[in-house]
Design a protein around this ligand. Structure first.
Ligand code: NAP
Length: 233
């Protein structure tokens, strides 16, 4: 008799868990769809890892969202659009290299505006990591890390900021890292570049709250992507 009750109890427990998951998942999916409906979302680092997963999820969860996909490797971005069967009307492949931010990326912003008329969200995800002790790290590595992770991201964001101010809304998302809070061995300049992003975007949040411009800084822990193999040493 006791065994009989135990089986029923377990069955009810599992059914309850399944119902709870369905209950939590459905509204979330709807909320995501509502939040991104008809928005223009520009994702940097879209060719790999976290950026690619974002593209995949937005492609499915929010079919009305217009996607701007950026990274250096145009061929890789083309492949992703093909593989995901993304409607060309809802996406723009916009190759850019954050390291070369001298032209202020204004021409890139203009290309997005020509195509989609406005930008709602810029997801600053592209970045490069480091695997070298301070004593072994060349100046050129420090310079490239700061140039890509910090200056490139800031310069692109400043180019978009003008548009956000004019349209009186906008959202900057910044993919930082736990290294944005604490430096760890072999990640000195990587951590510094992420700390620098926190300082810049905290200031931007204060300066432009009045313009209805939002800033979200995300600090993931370790995620298995190509970041380690692409890291500077
Ligand atoms: N994975 C983790 O454990 C982890 C943890 C915390 C934070 N993060 C952060 O998450 C972000 C994405 O990293 P991930 O893990 O997805 O790494 P990933 O797979 O190596 O992806 C990095 C992306 O950045 C792009 N990129 C690299 N250099 C660029 C440049 N100079 N200009 C433009 N795009 C460039 C790459 O595309 P191309 O090669 O085509 O340019 C790629 O799409 C990074 O900012 C990273 O710091 C990652």
């Amino acid at each position: 008799m006791y065994q009989y009750y135990a089986v029923i109890y377990q069955l009810l427990l599992y059914l309850g868990i399944i119902a709870l998951v369905i209950y939590l998942f459905l509204p979330l999916q709807e909320r995501i769809e509502q939040f991104y409906r008809n928005k223009v979302v520009w994702i940097t680092g879209a060719s790999s890892g976290i950026g690619l997963e974002l593209v995949k999820h937005l492609a499915v969860l929010s079919p009305t969202t217009k996607l701007v996909l950026s990274s250096r490797r145009e061929d890789e971005l083309e492949k992703i659009v093909e593989e995901l069967k993304l409607d060309r009307d809802r996406c723009l492949i916009l190759p850019l290299d954050l390291e070369y931010h001298g032209d202020l990326f204004k021409s890139k912003v203009d290309l997005v505006l020509d195509r989609f008329d406005h930008i709602d969200i810029l997801i600053n995800n592209a970045g490069i990591s480091q695997r070298s002790l301070i004593k072994d790290t060349q100046y050129s590595v420090d310079q490239r890390l700061m140039s890509i992770n910090y200056l490139g991201t800031v310069t692109l964001s400043k180019s978009v900021l003008e548009h956000f101010i004019a349209q009186k809304h906008g959202h900057f998302v910044v993919v930082s890292s736990v290294s944005g809070y604490v430096g760890t061995p072999s990640r000195s300049t990587y951590a510094a570049s992420k700390h620098a992003l926190h300082g810049f975007f905290d200031a931007l949040r204060f300066e432009h709250e009045k313009d209805n411009i939002h800033v979200t800084v995300i600090c993931p822990g370790y995620i298995r992507t190509k970041i380690s193999e692409n890291a500077f040493s």
